[in-house]
Ligand binder design. Sequence first.
Ligand SMILES: [Zn+2]
Length: 326
Amino acid sequence: MFTRRHFIGASLATTAAYAAGSFAPVWAQNAPNFGTPTLPTPGFRKIKVGDVEVISLNDGIARRPLVEEFVKNAPLAEVRALLASQNLPTEYIDIPFTPFLVVAGGRRILMDTGLGEFGGATTGKLLERLRAAGFQASDIDTVLITHYHGDHIGGLRNRAGEFVFSKAKVLVPAPEHAFWMDDARLAAAAEGMKGAFNNVRRVFAQMPAEMLVRFEPGSEVAPGIRSVAAFGHTPGHTLFDVASAGQNFTFVGDLTNVPELFARNPDWAVQFDMDAEAARKVRRETFQRIVANKSMLGGFHFPFPSLGRMVAAGNGFAFQPVAANA
Ligand SMILES: [Zn+2]
């Protein structure tokens, strides 16, 4: 099912997705012919997991035309039929961007950052959402990063070059950092892929040594928060498991793009998965574990409130969000 052609196709598509340049990824812009997505207000949703608060923070939504390449290994007609069966539009896809905040004791731990000042007009709302939820950027003591795509790290520094979460340590998966910061890989990268590598350098090259902390996936990154290797989407893509008082929450990052397609069909490969076969395997394994444990989960590209549970459905899984308002 996953031929070599698929792998090459996936990496070319990723390349094309970044081709608009390092600071304005085309996939984070709205497609002009399909109108503008409506953003949720106030755009955050808080739940309790044991003694811990978990808050989803909607950084915005990008509307993309649904094209053949979006799902690498399924006919467009099949993709459209699955959307239609869920009463969703079939000509375009709305992709939300959703960092999460974990408030545990005195700790305020942000997971991923959204696009910051580097995406389209309907993105970059994280700081506004944080304020609405009662927090300032300077309240954040830790930022956990799942992987180095621009929608996940873009908000770490603004256009002036300042570190937005100035008091935070930034914890990154060591294999992800090593991959993207490798100058030999940058030199060998296809022209269209260089923007992604350069964006990583914009964010991390001058980060002070005391701010940047590399961790090995599998290790504990904060009290009660364990990192979990989920390589495939990118070479060091990592999830975070939060445990408190017998309850569990997993931030699954980009284990799927929109779950309406890729949880329902875990074997489908979104164009952004760098190793589609590894991504497919870890997607199934992780969702099976989350269903078995009855964990709460949150996903970066899940529809607002982006928090809920996963249940088995057909050949895959269905996301059941909590109510949008508490
Ligand atoms: Zn992403």
